[in-house]
Design a protein. Sequence first.
Length: 417
Amino acid sequence: MSGFPFFEYHDAKLCVESVPLDRIFRDYGTPCYVYSRSALTTTFHEFDTAFAERDHLVCYAVKANPSLAILNLFAKLGSGFDIVSGGELQRVLKAGGDPQKIVFSGVGKRSDEIRAALAASILCFNVESEAELGVLNQVACEMDKIAPVSLRVNPDVDARTHPYISTGLKENKFGIPFNEAEKLYASGEKLTNVRIIGLDFHIGSQLTEIAPFSEACRKMLSLLDCLEAKKIHIEHLDLGGGLGIRYFEENPPSAQNYVTELCADIGHRTQRILIEPGRSLVGNAGLLLTRVEYIKHTSHRNFAIVDAAMNDLIRPALYDAYHEILPVIRNDNKTKNYQIVGPVCETGDFLGHDRKLALAQGDLLAVMSAGAYGMSMSSNYNSRPRAAEVMVDGDHIHLIRERESVEELISNERILP
Ligand code: LLP
C-alpha cells in the first residue's frame, strides 16, 4: 500500500498503472513529472457523474496543470475549461478544447486577452470589477460583439485554508463585494455590448470541508433569487473550484459528496451549474520523480540532496506545503530522519523535512500529489531547465513534454553589440 490510490507497490517497486517508476527513470531521466491517464479519467468522471441529471459543465481550471496532453484528454472527456490568461486560451484551443465551454476568470484581464477571447467566442467572462466590465463592453463594442458575462461575487466567507490561497474574504482582491453586486448587475444590464448570463464565486483552494462552500453557495443563492425577482435573468451559476485533496492526513470530502451537498442547496432552481475544479482533478494523478544525488550527514542533520528543486515544485517553499515522499524501490534497511533538499542555493529549497527513509546515493524518490500546481508553477531559477513530463497509459509511457535544454532557455536572449 502506498496510500495513494493510483500508485501502488508491486514487488517492492512503486508503479504507475503497469509501469514501474524506475523504468521511467531509465527511459526519460529525472526530474520527471509522471501522470496516470487512468487516474485523470477516473477523477474527471467522478466529478462529472456527481451532477447526475442536472444540467452542468465541469470547467477544468487550467492553471493547475496546463499540459496540452492533459487538456486534450479532458477535452475528449467533454470537459470545459476555466482560463485566466490569453496564454491559457491559446493552450486550450490548441489542445482541441471547445471555445463554447471556456470561462475566463481573473482580476486583471488585459484588453488584448479580452479581444482574443471574444474572437474565439468563449462561453463567458467572469468579471471581477466595475472597471473590467467597462473595458469589456468597450472592447466588445469595437469588435461589434456581445460579450457574455458572469459577475464573480465575493461572498466574504472564510475558506479556512492557507492565507495565500484564500480568495473569498472581503479584504481579498477578488470579486465584486457582495453588497455592491446587485447594483452592478442592474447597471450591467444597461450596457450595449455585454449580456449578463451568470453568477459565480470562488472562495479559495485546498478546502477540506464542505461548510465554507455551502455558506458561500447559500449567499449566492439569496443574491440569485433577488436578481430573478428584479427580472435579471441568470442562466448559470458557477461554483468555482477549490475542493482539496489528501496530501497527508487531510480528509477532504469526495467530489460526489461535495457536489451532492451543493446541489441540495441549489434545490429546485433550474440554472445550469458550472464548476471549476483544478487540484482535485489532477493533484493526485501525478508525481515528481527525482533521484538522490548525494547523501550528507552532519552532526545536526541528515540531508538527501535530490535532483529536483524548488524551481520544479515550489509548493513546499511557498506555502510550507507537505508532499509525501516515497521510495521508488522499497527496502528493509534502517531508516534515518532526512531533510530532502534540492540543489538550489536557498535554504528554502526543500521538498520535505524530517522524513523517515532508508536512502543511498542514486536512489529514486517519488514526490507525491504533484499533479497540480507542480509543473505549472515551475521556473528556470538557477538556470535549471524544466523537467520532462510523461503520461502513463497502461503499460505505455508517453513523453508529453521533453526536458528543456539550456539552449532553449537562452535562445531568446541578446547581448549588446
Ligand atoms: N477558479 C478560480 C477562479 C481560481 O482562482 C482557482 C484557483 C480555481 C478555479 C481552481 O482551484 P482548485 O480547484 O485548483 O483549488 N498554487 C496554489 C493554488 C492556487 C489556486 C489559485 N486559484 C497551490 O499550489 O496550492
